[in-house]
Ligand binder design. Structure first.
Ligand code: HXC
Length: 514
């Protein structure tokens, strides 16, 4: 055969494989409002940057009608490309081929590109659209998932791992994303569950739709499994492109700097926080008032809204922001807020991203529900994560910093490098009302006018403790600053801490309260 004939033959075979599961399956995919695997990769990656590998891989299953059955690419597209100029390794499961189900060959394509990402030190993006373990392949498909989970774990904290859920993802197809750093979902398209509606009906006799069980909104708002929620695939891809600009390629690098920009003109920072400490405000307004270009990229916006996390830039450098949200549940720490913040803090620490914490909270949420849900164990995660972190840690106490909440929110005692407080900060074991009721109980109940006595004692406690000066006197905070000085102090702190180093005792690993 001449070289020309060989090239002709090769092109024909390639074209056939690139059609995935065939015209009918592709039409079904498109009719559901979904893009094909190759379209998705092409739209996430920069134009013409994607290079596909392992197109000719085939399965070797002989059971249940699989003998000789062609599954193009074994149902997954894998390769390398660039996103916003950043190199990435990427794979996309092709639902048009056997429902994107995962057999051994399919899994080996994924583990190969994962190994590649680790060696090259570049982020991994996985697009999941799969019915889970390929039933016909039995234990081999379970083996395939196990090998993926193992690599997700080895890659954790070494390269950023991004998962995109773009279809019904069952079983193993959701546990791999759960081990990664960021999970993206799209309205009406993404479904995530371990046991599907059929199993639930059989085992529990309960009927539930796939959407209500594990649709995008459920995962972004109720379970917290998803970090980013989008109305369409296109919007989701824009979110991914934005995310990669904030994070470094790997744990040996820092995020690429951007040109520094001042915040956009907006609300004057002093007018954001109401004079009355019981009145709420949106902490994100404070973040936007101090960060470059007022650009705050929020993560897990819909879940555990009492704490806000996300990326911003100061002086062009990425910072990870954690802030109590007085506009939701008064910004208390609870089980979910602790989980949300702790994981994000660990991501930032692993990837050399300084932490900027804004404090305004009455403490941990009291109640039987929280105690029984394990607020001790979950709440401890945030203590652990902040204490463990060795990146620059900068804390701004805006208003309330009571009790365990004060300690937990990156206090000096958990290793903060800079602690600033606004003049309206109240740093105490608890709020003045609660404190007065406990320590002055006898005086209040024994007084001729208990209410007047209570008010007097509340004021006494307020004057003594509900201010930043006691903490400043004892060096627990570094400076009391005016609100409009906040950005200057933060920029300075970021510059000073650029080469921060902090050692920890040698150990195999810590044992966080998972
Ligand atoms: C083999 C599968 C498959 C699977 C789907 N298909 N899932 N083939 N193994 N796991 C095939 C279908 O047979 C069908 O093939 C094609 O993919 C499209 O599937 P449909 O059912 O027609 O699509 P749809 O109606 O959209 O339903 C999608 C679905 C459903 C909800 C994902 O297919 C489904 O429930 N699949 C099984 C999910 C599951 O329980 N997986 C195992 C999880 S256990 P044809 O040839 O007809 O087009 C697991 C173990 C690991 O993953 C756990 C680790 C912790």
């Amino acid at each position: 055969m001449s070289l020309g004939q060989r090239i002709h033959d090769f092109l024909q075979r390639t074209r056939a494989l690139m059609k995935g599961g065939g015209e009918q399956a592709v039409q079904k995919q498109v009719a559901q409002g979904k893009l094909t695997a190759r379209d998705r990769v092409a739209r996430i990656c920069d134009a013409d940057s994607f290079h596909e590998y392992d197109l000719f891989v085939e399965h070797s299953c002989r059971d249940f009608g699989m003998d000789g059955k062609s599954l193009p690419g074994d149902g997954v597209v894998a390769g390398t490309g660039t996103v916003q100029g950043f190199p990435v390794c990427i794979f996309a499961q092709d639902f048009t081929v056997a429902g994107g189900s995962l057999g051994l060959a399919h899994a080996r394509k994924i583990t190969k590109i994962m190994d590649h990402a680790m060696k090259m030190g570049v982020p991994l993006i996985g697009i999941n659209d799969s019915g889970g373990a390929r039933i016909q392949e039995g234990v081999n498909s379970l083996a395939g998932y196990g090998e993926i989970f193992y690599r997700n774990t080895l890659a954790s904290g070494v390269i950023p791992q991004i998962s995109v859920i773009l279809g019904p993802c069952a079983g193993g197809a959701v546990y791999s994303p759960a081990l990664t750093d960021f999970v993206f979902v799209v309205d009406r398209i993404s479904k995530m569950f371990i046991t599907g509606p059929e199993v639930i009906k059989t085992v529990l006799g309960e009927e539930i739709s796939m959407e209500d069980l594990g649709g995008a909104r459920v995962q972004a708002e109720i379970s917290g499994n998803a970090h980013f929620y989008a109305a369409s695939e296109e919007e989701c891809f824009e979110q991914i492109k934005r995310l990669v600009t904030f994070i470094p390629w790997n744990n040996r690098k820092t995020s690429d700097p951007f040109p520094p920009r001042p915040p956009r003109p907006g609300k004057h920072i002093e007018s954001i926080v109401p004079d009355d400490p019981r009145k709420p405000y949106d902490i994100r307004d404070v973040v936007r008032a101090v960060c470059d270009d007022s650009d705050f990229f929020e993560i897990q916006e819909l879940w555990a809204r009492n704490i806000v996390i996300g990326f911003a830039r100061l002086d062009g450098r990425t910072v990870g922001v954690v802030g109590n949200q007085p506009a939701y549940l008064a910004g208390v720490l609870d089980v979910d807020a602790s989980d949300k913040a702790a994981r994000f803090i660990r991501f930032c620490d692993a990837f050399n991203i300084p932490l900027l914490s804004f404090v305004d909270l009455p403490g941990y949420l009291p109640g039987v529900d929280q105690e029984h849900a394990g607020v001790i164990r979950h709440g401890a995660k945030i203590l652990y994560a902040y204490s463990e972190a060795t990146v620059a840690k900068i804390t701004v106490i805006i208003r309330k910093a009571y009790g365990g909440g004060y300690i937990a929110m990156c206090s000096r005692h958990l290793g903060a490098d800079f602690v600033f407080a606004w003049p309206c900060a109240e740093i105490a074991v608890m709020g003045p009302e609660g404190a007065a009721n406990i320590i002055f109980r006898k005086e209040i109940t024994g007084a001729a006018d208990p209410d007047a006595m209570r008010q007097e004692k509340i004021k006494e406690y307020q004057d003594k403790f509900a201010n930043p000066f006691i903490a400043a006197r004892d060096g627990h905070i570094d400076a009391v600053i005016q609100p409009e000085q906040t950005r200057d102090f933060l920029l300075h702190a970021i510059r000073v801490s650029e080469r921060k180093t902090e050692q920890r005792p040698a150990r195999k690993h810590g044992i966080p309260p998972f």
